[in-house]
Design a binder for this molecule. Structure first.
Ligand SMILES: [Fe+2]
Length: 182
């Protein structure tokens, strides 16, 4: 059975979180989602990332030419309503590296199709008219979680803290068996 959102408890979370935050490229100071240039190789050099891949046995669902992403949402900023449109990507295992509890994640449904777009750093997405969407779930980001990137979503950081998350991107191949892994 599939789901669109599920909180995940990670044992040793504080240690893993600190190690992953050390790997965040400091040059990135704006609100954005980005993939490090070395793609998956970047993360295979981080022991804390490899530990998570192995613990959840998800190494085979990572997308080599995509890898994992970081997302940064600065205070009083947002990632506006969208779905992710990369054809290889389906689920994202997201791990807060800073205290993200001031950031609110919202999921929606829409009867009306979205409009394709491209971010300034070249990532494809589909945007939606929020006034014509129905809110299905709203939750603060208080810990790791898995989400379906094809469910319409947005993140609002109305707090004074910067939110940084690691996004472990998982391919379509896990969709029908995701319950066996998480
Ligand atoms: Fe997204």
């Amino acid at each position: 059975m599939s789901f669109f959102y599920k909180p995940i408890e990670i044992e040793n979370f504080e240690t893993l979180r600190k190690g992953l935050l050390d790997a965040y490229p400091v040059a990135h100071t704006h609100t954005k989602l980005f993939y490090p240039e070395e793609k998956l190789d970047f993360f295979l050099k981080i022991p804390e990332a490899v530990e998570i891949f192995e613990r959840y046995k998800i190494r085979k669902f990572l997308i080599p030419n995509l890898g994992c992403a970081f997302i940064r949402i600065n205070p009083k900023n947002l990632v506006p309503i969208h779905t992710d449109t990369n054809p290889e990507l389906r689920y994202s295992f997201n791990i807060p590296l800073t205290d993200c509890s001031g950031s609110i994640l919202e999921f929606f449904t829409s009867e009306i199709p979205g409009v394709p777009g491209v971010t300034p750093n070249g990532l494809v997405y589909t945007s939606y008219d929020i006034n014509r969407c129905k809110l299905e779930l709203k939750t603060p980001i208080t810990g790791p979680f898995i989400m379906d990137t094809q469910m319409i979503h947005q993140v609002i950081n109305d707090s004074d803290d910067t939110s940084i998350l690691l996004l472990i991107r998982l391919s379509h191949e896990i969709t029908d068996i995701i319950d066996q892994y998480f």
